[in-house]
Design a binder for this molecule. Structure first.
Ligand SMILES: Nc1nc2c(ncn2[C@@H]2O[C@H](COP(=O)(O)OP(=O)(O)O)[C@@H](O)[C@H]2O)c(=O)[nH]1
Ligand SMILES: [Mg+2]
Length: 244
């Protein structure tokens, strides 16, 4: 029986704990992240013969290295390399929540999005084109209402499917364009990529290329992500490159 590690990310109040509980029920364990007093909650469920372990990341608005919570979330994704990231998005605050989603996408880990609080969004008359959003984000999207336990089975199915299509992990650039191994909506669409425009891309691309051609760096970190972080003058990214 395989064990699949899934990191659960999301901004505060997106319903992360609610979805976590919905998926794992009572099978939970609480410890601390190594060396800090930040709580690390893990939980398990079985689905179609697989054991899935969910690791609750601290709720953060972004993934810079400025706060302890953000560094913990980021370090876990970088160094533990979960098979899938489950991103809990508040559908009623989509624009603000997608800021974190973009950063998760740039880290190159396969993403499943729980578009939560759909009842609130619908109550406000918001209509979200989940198909289009899914296409843009290269991620499977499941509409959920965590509070009412809606969408749990669909999320489990999406997580397993995304795990099986795991080629997203292999290349962090455009490499998967025609591999055909993607499942569902992401098929043959390539990776998620934000176009930073004509001022930044001419700097970003050569930097990304240089990083991806360094075997030590490219084996450990997503080149595109690292290039973006270096351009942001992120101290941790500088450290990662300097240490190698
Ligand atoms: N209306 C509505 N409320 C929800 C939904 N999911 C979670 N909540 C509520 O939103 C609040 C924040 O949820 P919580 O899981 O603690 O968020 P977290 O900070 O991301 O862990 C709680 O009061 C939940 O009961 C949902 O889909 N719809
Ligand atoms: Mg919580």
């Amino acid at each position: 029986m395989k064990e699949i590690i899934v990191a659960v990310a999301g901004q505060p109040n997106s319903g992360k704990s609610t979805i976590f509980n919905m998926l794992t029920g009572a099978r939970q364990h609480v410890a601390n992240y190594p060396g800090v007093t930040v709580e690390k909650r893990t939980g398990k469920y079985s689905y179609k013969g697989n054991t899935v372990t969910l690791v609750d990341l601290p709720g953060t608005y972004s993934l810079t290295s400025y706060s302890q919570e953000e560094r913990i979330a980021r370090d876990f994704l970088l160094h533990e390399r979960p098979a899938v990231v489950l991103d809990i998005v508040d559908a009623a605050n989509l624009e603000r929540n997608l800021y974190l989603t973009f950063q998760l996408g740039e880290m190159g880990i396969p993403l499943v999005i729980a578009l939560n609080m759909m009842d609130v969004a619908e109550g406000r008359g918001l209509k979200i084109d989940t198909f289009k959003l899914s296409e843009l984000l290269r991620a499977t999207i499941v509409a959920t209402v965590g509070k009412k336990g809606k969408g749990g089975k669909e999320l489990k199915e999406a997580i397993l499917n995304t795990y099986k299509g795991g080629h997203f992990r292999m290349g962090y650039g455009d490499a998967c364009e025609s591999c055909g191994a993607c499942l569902g909506i992401s098929r043959e669409k390539g990776h998620f990529r934000v176009d930073y425009g004509e001022k930044l891309e001419p700097i970003l691309r050569p930097l990304e290329k240089m990083l991806s051609e360094d075997p030590k760096i490219s084996a450990r970190y997503p080149a595109r992500w690292l290039a973006i972080k270096l351009m942001e003058n992120d101290s941790e990214a500088h450290r990662l490159v300097g240490l190698l």
